[in-house]
Every structure is written in structure tokens, then in C-alpha cells.
Write a protein that binds this ligand. Structure first.
Ligand code: 5GP
Ligand code: MN
Length: 356
């Protein structure tokens, strides 16, 4: 991990030591890694006596609410709920941590883009996505050969004098949030697991993380409607092309019929990959004025390249996302299937699939 060097750690300790008000932010529609790493860092900084806030561009999903207790929730703001307070908090901080995203783009930091660009304070990036915009940050911790932002944050915390490399120096709250971020981004140890990831897991277990309880919160407390909808999609909506691309399209009407809320379709895109012949899975969901796209692939096919080329997005090699816009890409949801079939046929055949 090249970015965790003596110089970066030294500068980080100086900036954090001098800061009086600290903001932490992450990408829109925070997932387990965003919420886990933000709450871990806020807990750590607050335990160190620093006034710290998390400012998300929009709301975090209900199923991740357990990662903050009621007192901590008072320090978590959403720009969607209160744009004035979110912007004001960002501009009044003297240090901002940007976690799990790496550019000030609308598709990644939503309504906070301008406030983040305009803020004149020090900014620290901690992220595991490809191609960070280094010019935006005072310190860049960027690693792509790592499971998650939570893992990168864990190794940063293990490198500062305050912990001396001992995971037991982390509180149970910090350790649990870090474990949650890593577990969700690896799809519970199914992908992006490196030797360092298992070392982190074992150190956090030694530090007292209750993994059984954590997994129950993360994976066993969804409302019934989520699994009913997944069943319907897999049974009657999923299509598999001759090129081994599985895709599912979820329209707003069906979402309303099932009462589906933000975050409840998390993980759906992984399911078709259990089929042998499927090499890439695409999940498309209708949103306000555009269509959200999630892409997962098996080794040898680059989800990242496909997302960049055809879905206005990007991400990691095997897990990416993006958007389709109307009328630029498709007229409406009825054209989504045709679009997916056409571009993935070109991608899987004519164009280079980009896998290693
Ligand atoms: P998900 O499918 O879970 O929403 O996203 C998977 C990954 O794709 C994320 O970790 C992120 O790296 C990337 N991603 C998702 N949406 C977008 C997007 O709109 N633009 C870019 N550049 N990356 C995205
Ligand atoms: Mn992540």
C-alpha cells in the first residue's frame, strides 16, 4: 500500500491534530462501505476529542441505520434533508475527509459537489476507486488493490502513533463499522478479498467485533418485500443473452407496487452471476429522470470498461455502475432492454472485453 507512507501519515496527523472542526463525506446513496468507513472515522475522531460531522449528499438507507446510535445520528447530516446546514457545515470546517469516491462530480457527490469544490480547507482523500483526481486533495490515500475504503482506513489507523498498530486500540464501535464496510464491499468475502483483507478481519475479530450480530444486522433484517421482489425479478424478468449477459430491469411502477425503499435492491445484481454461463450481470432501476445501472462481471470481462463506454459511469474492474439518460440514451424504460442487448452484444464481441 504505497499511499500509506511516512510522509502521508505524518501530514495526516498534523492536519487532524490542528483541526478544530472536521467534516467527513462520501458518495451519493451511501452503501455499507461509505456508511461503515464514515462512521468508523467519525467515532475515532470524536473519541479523540475532535468535533466531527458526517455530511452525506442524500439519505443513508434504513438497513444501515444501526451503524450509528441515536446520539451519533445528531452528527450525521444529509444535504437532501437540509441543504443549508450541510453546506454551511462543510464551509465552516477546517478539514474534510472524502471517503469512497474520488472526484467532485454530480454523479458521485450529488448536490454537495459545489460546496466541496468551493471549500478552501484541507481535503483528504481515502478511496479505492480507479483514477482519482489528485489535484483536488491535500493528501491522497488511494489504493485499488484493496477490498474497500474501510480496509484502507483500517490500515491508515494502524499506521498512526495513536494506535501503534494494535487493533485493540480501536473501540468496538470503530472496529465494528470498519468490519461492516469491508464485509459489504466484498459481498461478505465473496470478491475483492486480498491477503490484507483477511488479516484485517482477523485483527478486528481479535479486537472484539461481534461478527454474528453484525451479519444479522446487515443481511437478516430486511423486510419481506425485498425477497419477494427479487424472486419476481429472477423468475419472470431476468433475461440472458447469447453473449452471457444477464440483465434485469426494475421500473418505478413495480417498485411502488412492492413498496421498495432506497437501499433495498442492494445486492440484486450479484444473483445472476451464480449461473455458469453468465459472464456479466446488469441491473437497471428507474430513478428521477434517469436510470440507475449496476454492473458486475466475472474475471475476464471488465464491468468498469462497459460502464464507462456504454452507461456513463465507471467503478472497479468487476463491480461498476452508471446511468442511462432520456432522451440521450433511451427514450423511456421500454427501450432499456433493447439498449442493453445492443451495446452488450457489441461489447462482448466486436469490442475488447478488457479482462485480464
Ligand atoms: P453499485 O452497483 O453498487 O451502485 O456500484 C458499484 C460501483 O460502481 C461503486 O462502488 C462505484 O465505484 C461505481 N459506480 C456506481 N455508480 C456510478 C456512477 O454513476 N459513476 C461512476 N463513475 N461510478 C459509479
Ligand atoms: Mn467502496
Amino acid at each position: 500500500m504505497n499511499s500509506i507512507d511516512r510522509e502521508n501519515i505524518g501530514r495526516l496527523c498534523t492536519l487532524a491534530g490542528n483541526a478544530e472542526r472536521i467534516a467527513i463525506t462520501a458518495h451519493i446513496r451511501p452503501d455499507g462501505d461509505a456508511m461503515g468507513s464514515c462512521t468508523a472515522l467519525m467515532r475515532f475522531l470524536r473519541e479523540s476529542g475532535k468535533e466531527t460531522y458526517i455530511i452525506f449528499p442524500d439519505k443513508y438507507p434504513d438497513n444501515l441505520a444501526f451503524l450509528a446510535d441515536s446520539a451519533e445520528k445528531k452528527f450525521i447530516l444529509s444535504a437532501e434533508d437540509d441543504p443549508g446546514r450541510a453546506t454551511e457545515t462543510i464551509s465552516s470546517c477546517d478539514l474534510i475527509f472524502c471517503l469512497d469516491f474520488n472526484k467532485f462530480e454530480e454523479s458521485r457527490c450529488g448536490v454537495l459537489c459545489k460546496a466541496l469544490s468551493d471549500a478552501i480547507c484541507y481535503k483528504v482523500l481515502i478511496d479505492h476507486h480507479l483514477s482519482p483526481d489528485r489535484s483536488l486533495f491535500s493528501i491522497v490515500f488511494s489504493e485499488t488493490e484493496i477490498s474497500s475504503t474501510a480496509e484502507l482506513l483500517f490500515w491508515i489507523l494502524m499506521s498512526i502513533p495513536q494506535t501503534g498498530g494494535d487493533p485493540k486500540a480501536l473501540s468496538t464501535g470503530v472496529a465494528t463499522s470498519l468490519f461492516a464496510g469491508m464485509t459489504t464491499d466484498t459481498n461478505n468475502f465473496a470478491n475483492s478479498v486480498f491477503p490484507s483483507t483477511l488479516r484485517m478481519a482477523s485483527m478486528l475479530l481479535e479486537a472484539g467485533v461481534d461478527r454474528e450480530t453484525l451479519l444479522r444486522h446487515l443481511y437478516q433484517e430486511y423486510p419481506e418485500r425485498r425477497l419477494r421482489l427479487l424472486g419476481k425479478l429472477l423468475y419472470s424478468e431476468m433475461k440472458i443473452t447469447d453473449d452471457g449477459v444477464a440483465y434485469m430491469i426494475l421500473d418505478r411502477k413495480t417498485m411502488e407496487e412492492y413498496g421498495i425503499r432506497e437501499g433495498e435492491t442492494e445486492g440484486f445484481v450479484n444473483e445472476p452471476l451464480s449461473i455458469g454461463k453468465v459472464r456479466m450481470s446488469i441491473f437497471i432501476k428507474e430513478d428521477n429522470g434517469y436510470f440507475r445501472v449496476s454492473i458486475r462481471s466475472k474475471k475476464g470481462v471488465s464491468a468498469n470498461r462497459c460502464a464507462k463506454k456504454h452507461f456513463n459511469g465507471g467503478g472497479h474492474e468487476l463491480a461498476s455502475g452508471g446511468r442511462l439518460y432520456a432522451p440521450k440514451d433511451i427514450k423511456d424504460i421500454s427501450e432499456a432492454a433493447g439498449y442493453v442487448e445492443r451495446v452488450t452484444h457489441a461489447f462482448m464481441n466486436g469490442e475488447e472485453t478488457g479482462g485480464k
